[in-house]
Design a protein around this ligand. Structure first.
Ligand code: 0A1
Ligand code: ZN
Length: 870
């Protein structure tokens, strides 16, 4: 990688391979909370192709104690450390460098490098945290094998974990002990990890398909260990799935997972030692919702699956981030779809894309799946890199077909095992395996913005000829005015007026696709059918095969008819979402759309054969973010008011049906994590929310809260009580708060419930919270529960007309910047679409952002603020 240019950006085109390689690294830690000493012994070898370079290692906030080369102290005129880089001159051939440095874990509130979380010592190194542990070439294309020695007080740190396989332990003097770990796989330092402390585990041993015996362990503090069983099961499911679906086996003797209460992101795939935000590990039915369980399974799988997509095949540089993240999200969503319902998983993914990624792709922070420059890489752990990156992989699979895609994946893993790869390497493997030319496909990685497909129909009564013209267009994004057409699948079905499927294939220059439909390869295509008896009704993009916005002139009656005809469950859901959006945004006749939507929902509620989880998804109308994303100018109050009144009207229309389903599902919704029980709880909670709108006493919600035996039911009821400001709300909140006061993860739940109460005066509650002992600004989960929820899930609070919501979030960003810059920077993301706000909000948002100028200190927040204001 290369240093930033004078413009402050690191540029993709400046990439140069490392001038010095590190084939092997040995680290010894004397672990202590206040001051840990790290001794690093690095074998350094010059790249014969690039002679004459000084050795330059990264190192931040390190207190250098000793420096030696080949066993002798290095004279002061041979090295220089300026607080960011250690430069060593005068070596032309391989040598061994030994440094000793002191670091201060207890002072590390950034949670990057080595830090304390309660009594534990933990690390987080991705993306550039390893340079806060020791002097090293902190870039992903330097991949040594590792030997790691940990020494610590036995009583305080009885468990000492690091990457790789255990390679011995011994007792030391003074109540200390030592553990050695060896990682034989070439591994970049961003995947380095240690975890030390009083950890307890649940464990399970299995044999991989290759015959290797592997011990799986999930570790947590104290009594939390009893809530690790579900995560342990999820590790095993992910391991087996990767064997079966992608032929990938696990490659060490042990796979350790550790739960941490203080963790900035979701989890981290360190080689053989995954470290997790505790919220993605700890669960039982008393304390975790069904959604929590599903999220745990998918994050556990995500991190496990990185062992191949990310670790065995790693990244050449951080511009390639989506090569591991997009691909691994693709793999984890396939895992969840194979294990549970494919349609429900697709709905979940598309909701997130539409509510958040489309907005990112159209706002001030838009960037390509492979950006070509960055100031601060931690600001690129985005929905575009992850979720759109996964969609791009899905598009590739649709274009080449599932069989060729699997062959391409085999080839990618085989050709790049142990290497630091690029997106070009990924595409080359798929091009070779499928025999396709993927040069146009590469545009998906370079071009930002959500593509739009404009489809227009023409039917000639006399001849019965029907044509569809498909025009592709991607709007401009910052720095990218002109866009080219992207290759993508177009799936479609034509329905006759009676709902029968018209089976004929169209005449078209667009190539047919292996799984049905055609490949769009140009900006415009025409599809023509001849001699149809009547004007057909087309449905498109089954399964959301292409991540696009699709425009076709339907009226409400068309959408309602299609929702009855369509057999693809994703599309049936999507057609109802379109009806709702059309009613709310007035892109359809609002009255007709409302009536059609009401009829469709009524039929669904009457249909006891339909999956209750699917019915619950249909009852969940497009959220505020999704609606706002579809507007050019966002009038927050108007949008919220329209949505509320549509919900009121639909709830009134269906009150009896809602009551019937709520009651009839009571038995099925008891305990247990079976699909039918979870589905029943989902639909009951959806019905309860609609019914509570109509009942000022909130009788059902109060009863559900009082008798709940699962967190899903309890929290569903609490949310209704708090959000509708029902009579029992304060008592329920107080009871919940007291009962779970010792559990930070459950505490985050009531806090998020409070912070999302849809009312402008929620800001006052938040003020009280911040003055209480519940406020823990050093704990990322707590900050997200309070400030993140308020800014992202409370439109009436955040977008208060007086701008107080914006000022509050801006003030928190400034405070948190000095504690944990990555957490602070993420909060700024709530302003990404501020330019679309109707006045006076736009002006207020600008003032709040401008007030931060000159007051932020970290690279993370300064980069985001500048991009928001540019
Ligand atoms: N690679 C992780 C995400 C991650 C990124 C940065 C982190 O440190 C601040 C932590 C985790 C994943 O995709 O799960
Ligand atoms: Zn990941």
């Amino acid at each position: 990688m290369s240093p930033p240019r004078a413009d402050g950006f690191v540029h993709l085109e400046d990439y140069a391979p490392p001038a010095w390689r590190i084939p092997h690294a040995e680290l010894a830690f004397d672990l202590e909370r206040e001051a840990t000493v790290v001794e690093a012994t690095l074998r350094l070898e010059p790249d014969p192709g690039q002679p004459g370079h000084a050795v330059v290692l990264d190192g931040e906030e390190l207190e250098l104690l000793d420096i030696e080369a080949d066993g002798a102290p290095l004279p002061a005129d041979r090295w220089d450390y300026d607080g960011r880089h250690l430069r060593i001159d005068g070596f032309a051939s391989a040598f061994t460098l030994r440094t000793r440095a002191r670091i201060r874990p207890a002072d590390n509130t950034r949670l990057e490098g080595l830090y304390t979380s309660g009594p534990l010592l933990l690390t987080q190194c991705e993306a550039e945290g390893f340079r806060r542990i020791t002097f090293f070439a902190d870039r992903p294309d330097v991949m040594p094998t590792w030997r790691i020695v940990l020494r610590a007080d036995r009583a305080a740190f009885p468990v000492l974990l690091a990457n790789g396989n255990p390679a011995g332990t011994r007792e030391l003097d003074g109540g200390r002990h030592e553990a050695t770990w060896e990682n034989p796989h070439p591994t970049p330092c961003y995947l380095f990890a240690i975890a030390a402390g009083q950890l307890r585990r649940v464990t399970h041993t299995l044999r991989t398909a290759e015959g290797r015996e592997v011990e799986l362990n999930v570790w947590a503090q104290g009594d939390d260990v009893v809530r690790c069983h579900y995560a342990l099961g999820a590790v095993e499911r992910a391991l087996r799935w990767d064997e079966q679906r992608f032929g990938r086996c696990y490659d060490l003797e042990v796979f350790n997972v550790v739960a941490a209460q203080d963790f900035t992101m979701g989890a981290m795939e360190n080689k053989g030692l995954n470290i997790f935000n505790a919220r993605y590990i700890l669960a039982d039915e008393e304390s975790a919702t069904d959604e929590d369980f599903l999220a745990i399974e998918s994050v556990v799988a995500h991190e496990y699956l990185h062992n191949w997509s990310g670790n065995r095949v790693t990244l050449r540089d951080w511009f390639q981030l989506s090569l591991k993240e997009g691909l691994t999200v693709f793999r984890d969503t396939e895992f969840s779809a194979d294990l549970h319902s494919r349609a429900l998983k697709r709905i979940e993914v598309v909701r997130l894309l539409r509510a958040r990624q489309f907005a990112e792709d159209a706002g001030a922070l838009a960037h390509a799946v492979r950006p070509d420059r960055y100031r601060e890489i931690s600001n690129f752990y985005t929905l575009t890199i992850y979720e759109k990156g996964a969609e791009v992989v899905r598009v590739l699979q649709a274009l080449v077909g599932e069989e060729a895609f699997r062959a391409g994946m085999d080839r990618y893993f085989a050709d790049n095992d142990g290497r630091a790869a690029t997106i070009e390497d990924f595409l080359a493997a798929h091009a070779a395996a499928s025999g396709s030319d993927l040069s146009d496909f590469a545009r998906w990685y370079a071009q930002a913005g959500t593509p739009e497909l404009w489809i227009t129909a023409d039917y000639d009564e006399a001849s019965g000829d029907y044509t569809l013209q498909v025009d592709q267009h991607t709007p401009p994004t910052p720095g990218q005015a002109h866009k080219e057409a992207l290759p993508m699948p177009l799936r479609f079905v034509l329905f006759a007026p009676d709902g029968g499927v018209i089976d004929a294939a169209p005449e078209t220059d667009a190539p047919a696709l292996p799984g049905g439909g055609v490949a769009l390869t140009q900006a415009t295509h025409v599809l023509r059918w001849r001699g149809l008896r009547a004007r057909p009704l087309p449905a498109f993009n089954q399964g959301f095969a292409a991540p696009v916005k699709l425009r076709f002139e339907y009226d409400a009656a068309d959408l309602a008819a299609l929702a009855r005809f369509e057999s693809d469950p994703f599309n049936r859901w999507d057609l109802l979402q379109r009806l709702a959006s059309g009613a709310l945004l007035h892109t359809l006749d609002p009255e007709q759309a409302t009536v059609a939507l009401g009829d469709a929902l009524g039929a669904l509620l009457d249909d006891d054969a339909a999956d209750p989880a699917f019915v619950a998804e249909c009852l969940a109308l497009p959220d505020f973010d999704t609606l706002a994303e579809a507007c050019d100018v966002v009038d927050v109050d108007e949008l919220v008011a329209r949505r509320e009144s549509l919900l009121d009207r639909l709830a009134e229309e269906h009150v009896e049906r809602l009551q019937r389903r709520y009651e009839s599902l009571a038995a099925a919704a008891g305990d247990g994590l079976t699909a039918p029980a979870m589905a029943a709880r989902a639909l009951r909670n959806a019905c309860l929310a609609w019914l509570t709108r109509l009942d000022p006493e909130a009788t059902l919600a109060q009863a559900q809260f009082a008798t709940a035996t699962t967190m899903t039911a309890r929290l569903g009821a609490l949310r209704c009580l708090v959000h509708f400001e029902a009579p029992g709300a304060a008592a329920a909140l107080a009871e919940f708060r007291t009962r779970w006061a010792a559990d930070p993860l459950v505490t985050d739940k009531w806090i998020a419930c409070l912070a999302s109460r849809p009312h402008p005066d929620t800001l006052d509650d938040i003020g009280e919270l911040l003055a209480s002992s519940w406020w823990l600004p050093t704990n990322p989960n707590r900050v997200r529960a309070v400030v993140g929820t308020f800014s992202r899930a409370n439109p009436l609070g955040f977008h208060r007309r007086d701008g107080a919501g914006y000022r509050f979030v801006a003030a928190q960003v400034e405070k948190l910047d000095g504690i944990n810059p990555q957490v602070a920077a993420r909060l700024l993301g709530a302003f990404e679409t501020w330019r679309k706000l109707a006045e006076p909000l736009r002006h207020q948002a600008r003032l709040a952002l401008a007030s931060l100028q000159g007051r932020l200190h970290s690279g993370d927040t300064r980069d985001l603020l500048q991009r928001l204001l540019d």
